[in-house]
Write a protein that binds this ligand. Structure first.
Ligand SMILES: CC(C)(COP(=O)(O)OP(=O)(O)OC[C@H]1O[C@@H](n2cnc3c(N)ncnc32)[C@H](O)[C@@H]1OP(=O)(O)O)[C@@H](O)C(=O)NCCC(=O)NCCS
Length: 249
């Protein structure tokens, strides 16, 4: 699917996800208002405890809103009350559905930036998603030197200065989505991964250094989450179709 086809149709979650399908949901949180009771009331005791530990109220509201909506969407897919769902976490903190959910094929990942949240859902394959606001006031050179591959640095240098931040965040989201799909988080040597040759308009293979030039099992595509933001999704294995939905709960 070309990124231009991303329509973000407004919808209420429900229905099925087929094995070769990826559904992406976008939600906007109102961080100026206390979270709705209907979302707050679905969180587990450990989620509420985590929420209460955020230093800033906006971060607490973002976590509650994003988790609450995650539970609503998963509950709709699984036909279960959102508050009955249980999560477990990988050693690097990636949340997955606990086996008690009754459907261990359903995979998901989410990313939030400011008041926007993106969720990705699929079946039987690992998935990662990353969303970033394209910030103008970031010292990209310093960060890129630490986390980007040589080819990525060269590609950023080549574009006009006005486009550099956009390209920086595009590469950043591709790299982050990959480490979120594998679940490795910060343990992945991110500077050894080159995403500059990827055609992000379509689902394209992303070669890992450990692939030694062989076929990759990971595929990446850029998303168009809205003006001022960039995002990417990584799925295990290719050949799947995307649909993009706007959450209205
Ligand atoms: C989770 C992580 C992988 C991404 O965090 P982030 O970009 O700050 O935050 P995002 O909003 O994109 O994602 C957070 C969500 O991802 C999920 N998550 C947490 N740990 C995860 C992991 N190891 N793998 C996949 N998903 C994870 C959670 O659902 C989390 O949301 P929650 O806290 O509300 O439950 C972060 O721990 C990290 O390692 N960042 C790497 C930073 C870096 O140096 N990047 C260089 C890239 S060039």
């Amino acid at each position: 699917m070309e990124t231009n086809d991303q329509q973000w149709q407004r919808s209420i979650p429900g229905g099925l996800i087929h094995p070769n399908e990826v559904q992406v949901w976008r939600a906007f949180l109102d961080l100026n208002k206390a979270p709705k009771e209907s979302l707050l009331g679905t969180l587990s005791a450990d989620e509420l405890s985590r929420a209460s530990r955020f230093r800033f109220e906006k971060d607490e509201r973002r976590f509650i809103g994003a988790r609450g909506i995650l539970r609503q969407i998963l509950g709709a897919y699984l036909q279960k009350p959102p508050q009955t769902l249980q999560f477990q976490y990988s050693s690097n903190g990636k949340p997955i559905l606990a086996s008690t959910s009754g459907d261990d094929s359903l995979q998901f990942n989410l990313s939030h930036s400011d008041d926007v949240v993106l969720y990705a859902f699929t079946r039987n394959r690992n998935i990662g998603i990353d969303l970033e606001r394209i910030q103008a006031d970031v010292e990209i050179e310093q960060i890129a030197n630490k986390f980007f591959a040589e080819a990525e640095l060269k590609a950023i240098e080549k574009v006009p200065e006005s486009k550099r931040n956009e390209l920086f965040f595009q590469y950043w989201t591709r790299k982050e989505a990959l480490i979120k799909a594998t679940g490795e988080g910060l343990s992945f040597p991110i500077e050894t991964l080159d995403v500059s040759r990827v055609d992000g308009r379509v689902l394209s293979p992303i070669l890992l250094p450990s692939d030694n030039g062989e076929r990759s099992r990971w595929y990446v595509q850029d998303l168009l989450p809205g003006p001022g933001y960039t995002a990417a999704i990584v799925v295990e294995g290719g050949g799947c179709g995307f649909s993009c939905w706007e959450y209205c709960g």
